[in-house]
Write a new protein. Sequence first.
Length: 111
Amino acid sequence: MARDKALEALLNDELEGRAEITQKAMFGGLAWLWNGNLLCAARKDGGMLVRLGKGNDAWVLAIKGVAPMVMNGRQMSGWVRVSAEVYAGDAMRKRLLKAAMEFVKTLPAKG
């Protein structure tokens, strides 16, 4: 499956110009990191991965089209997968990214 260039462009538009944010190829697409900590990603399967932190994801999991992130059969608490139907809305995408940034900026910077 090809990379989701449209989602990558949306996330680039939202996150560009912030010195603490970098990009890295991950999950078959691009990921954005805040001081080395994973913030969000555009997955090749068309889903958006967002890191909200343990206990910070209940509000978004109540929305149809949002599910917990599962890797190798294990649910990753505090991480969600967001469908195109949800992240396509500018207001929701901005809210998700703001929540992710608020959490990730509390983490210690990585190398």
